[in-house]
Design a protein around this ligand. Structure first.
Ligand code: ZN
Length: 129
């Protein structure tokens, strides 16, 4: 529950208090209610579509470049399509960006696990002659 703060002395009071416990100033409930409503997040008129760009860049840098590149390409399309009013297309690009991110993520993870399980000999097993 939100607490009442006295406008006069700043003391914290119970939210159902009508007068300040510290200085006995009359507490105005309506002022607090209005402030709380103003602080509430306003609904966005434009739909927020995740581009997954940060995820795509991390995948490209850390894991698999072949899977990270399409993820970045699709992620880059999202904001452009939203700006053009193509919400359906933006959602589609967002979905594909996310898909390629996860493909890259699991591929990178699988490769890491194989390397850990097999150890360095796995890399040395590649014919060198
Ligand atoms: Zn007070």
């Amino acid at each position: 529950m939100p607490k009442m703060f006295c406008k006069k002395c700043g003391a914290q009071n119970e939210d159902n208090a009508t007068a300040c416990a510290s200085c006995n100033e009359k507490l105005d409930q309506t002022v607090v209610m209005a402030t709380a409503a103003e602080a509430a997040p306003k609904p966005q008129s434009q739909p927020q579509i995740q581009s997954h760009m940060v995820f795509a860049i991390i995948i490209t840098l850390v894991c698999c470049i072949p899977f990270g590149i399409p993820a970045i390409v699709y992620a880059a399309q999202v904001s452009g399509k939203v700006a053009a009013g193509n919400i359906e297309g933006a959602l589609e690009s967002s979905r594909k960006a996310k898909m390629w991110c996860w493909i890259g993520f699991w591929s990178g993870l699988a490769f890491t696990i194989i390397c850990m399980v097999k150890g360095v000999p796995f890399l040395q097993a590649i014919p060198q002659y």
